[in-house]
Design a protein around this ligand. Sequence first.
Ligand code: DAH
Length: 464
Amino acid sequence: MFNPRLQAEKLPLTRRTNLVTDSQPELEIEGSTYRTDPWTNVPQSILSLIPRRLHLQPSHPVSLTRELIESRFPSPTYIHHNDLSAVVTVAQNFDSLGFPADHPGRNRSDTYYINQDTVLRTHTSAHEADIFRQNASEGYTISADVYRRDAVDRSHYPVFHQMEGARMWDRGKVPGGDIAKAVRDDLARMPKHDLEVEDPNPTVDPERNPLQAKHHSLEEVEAVAAHLKRSLEGVVVELFSKAKQAAAAANGPDPSIQEEPLKVRWVEAYFPFTSPSWELEVFWQGDWLEILGCGVTKQDLYINADIPNHIGWAFGVGLERVAMLLFSIPDIRLFWSRDKRFLSQFTTVDNINRYKSFSKHPACYKDVAFWLRSSSSSAGGGLRSNAQDFHENDVMEIVRIIGGDLVEDVRLVDEFQHPVSGRKSLCYRINYRSLERTMTNEEANEMHESVRGELVKKLGVELR
Ligand code: DAH
């Protein structure tokens, strides 16, 4: 069958848009040198964030969140890996986890490529296969910075942090080879909680969330899933009871806030590297919020890592997402601030306090409207930014390179197709606002002019 995505992958490489401002033959990243090629799309502004290591910066809210979650996964059962390189191979990030060749996550519009074979990891799962192969413990966590080309708004930043966790049991080592019993015994030793949990679905569903029937019995997977769910519910209890105490301390005795019970729910999900899979959502201030993905590890991962007799679970949680809830931090850009008025507000895991805004500066929004090239004109040679080739993330990247942390969000506000020519027009609204100072209108204008120029130069659009 015709697959437009596969087709697009076959475009000659030289005709791809290269968004790197100054293309160089080589990139130096943390002391290593990488050749660039037509796949390279990582700008210097992103590379410059690699050394920041917010997840290890003492008293930083991302680091405090990591510490809190790690405390639920103690040694010696769990080893904590916190310093793995952000540069990984395409094989580590995608192939080793069973991502199909046409998975959208592999696109240059979504992922930062150093070159055709090398990316900035898009998730901590990129290290799963290697750590399985080391086979050094029954469990581990990995905390690290991850990189994704994405929207610009208050909850998305091209660099964020994840914590991965995994636990496994070796069929050859548990008494009598009885995995289900061994897992249930471990579960019985775990603390219980009084969290309200909605979990309406059966552990497996033949269509939506299948058992790996070739490798696992239902009894084994029931036990592993129960252990996984209880472990992660324990994390939520740890985190959100701290946040609740903070809210209560800040607001005084407000019975409506204090008495609303903490609630979570398990939702069926899909990941290429687990089956069955779930997401965990927390009910927080009136909404269900997804905070993590998890599941029973696909047996192929263990087989490929030479530990075919293992069975177990893994999860991945977004640390900023959790930290924003925990500390009431309203804008993800704040995590990157070096302003003492931000950093000095956080101390230790025993003192989880609500963030207090130190200032609110006026926003200044500006629109940019442009025509994409029509598909027919692309046949004449200009391949870039015709309707099929246009990726919104390329607009986001241009704005980010020019405006950096001075842009609060970028939103598509209008879209239409010309009735006669068939050409498509888009209008984006860029909201300029500093978190730390008042920007002048001239400053915003100057940035906006650069954005307009780069959209023409890099994407070949026609301004209106
Ligand atoms: N890597 C996934 C993500 O970034 C999260 C995840 C899901 C991690 C399932 C896992 C897992 O280890 O088993 O969305």
